[in-house]
Design a protein around this ligand. Structure first.
Ligand SMILES: [Zn+2]
Length: 230
């Protein structure tokens, strides 16, 4: 046994790593999520049977080829805990891992040749500085690794910080978000099949604003992938 491994075992005797979902100690060889919680992930499986409610968020507003959502989000459920850990608890590795898991499933279900590059939904620079990482970038890294795709991080930028949108209706939200992102280097995306990635799909206004910007570059298609949908 290597010294490093020996030391890790020694530390875990006193500080066992626990599952984000159920707080039980993690078996050796697993990270963040125990096998039982992994098995019980509430997957949407909408790559096998499309769920109209997800696509309807984009219908008539912006053209999207695929809308891929890994899990269903329930209040106080497992997925809410995972997303909270990913976003607020300095755990980008969890996003990468979930991105890899989902991409493996998609690879096995005919999506191997569907995309040319990955674009993460960007964070505003001040938010990035505050959090230290972009959770969408973390998910993108996992997906891109499995699909062996480049990540085009610098093509889409966030120009405006978010304001509270809780009192806005759908149209107001979309208009508000539309001014928040800007396409850079559009020539690089021309005729590409772009996979736009975020951690969660809620009203869709963020992803609509980003997809609209991507379409300015005349890509072949824009698809959307998120870890969860509310
Ligand atoms: Zn668990």
């Amino acid at each position: 046994m290597e010294l490093k491994e020996y030391f890790a075992d020694f530390v875990s005797l006193f500080f066992p790593a626990i599952c984000v979902g159920c707080d039980s100690p993690l078996p050796k060889g697993t990270q963040h999520i125990c096998p039982s919680c992994q098995y019980n992930l509430p997957k949407t499986n909408n790559h096998k049977a499309e769920i109209a409610a997800f696509r309807e968020k984009f219908d008539g507003i912006v053209s999207v080829a695929h809308v891929l959502v890994y899990c269903n989000f329930h209040k106080r459920g497992l997925v809410q805990k995972l997303l909270h850990e990913l976003k607020y608890n300095n755990c980008p590795e969890l996003g990468e891992m979930l991105g890899r898991w989902y991409a493996h499933e998609l690879l096995l279900n005919g999506f191997a040749e569907e995309f040319d590059l990955v674009v993460p939904v960007p964070l505003h620079p001040s938010r990035l500085k505050q959090r230290g990482y972009n959770q969408s970038m973390a998910v993108s890294r996992g997906v891109a690794e499995v699909f062996k795709l480049p990540i085009a991080e610098e093509y889409l930028i966030r120009t405006k910080k978010s304001s509270t949108m809780t009192k806005m209706n759908k149209v107001e939200r979309i208009l508000n978000m539309q001014q928040s992102y800007r396409m850079m280097m559009p020539e690089r995306l021309k005729d590409q099949r772009v996979l736009l990635i975020d951690d969660v799909l809620t009203t869709g206004s963020t992803l609509i604003a980003c997809a609209e910007q991507l379409h300015l570059a005349k890509p072949k298609s824009v698809s959307i992938l998120t870890l969860a949908a509310a």
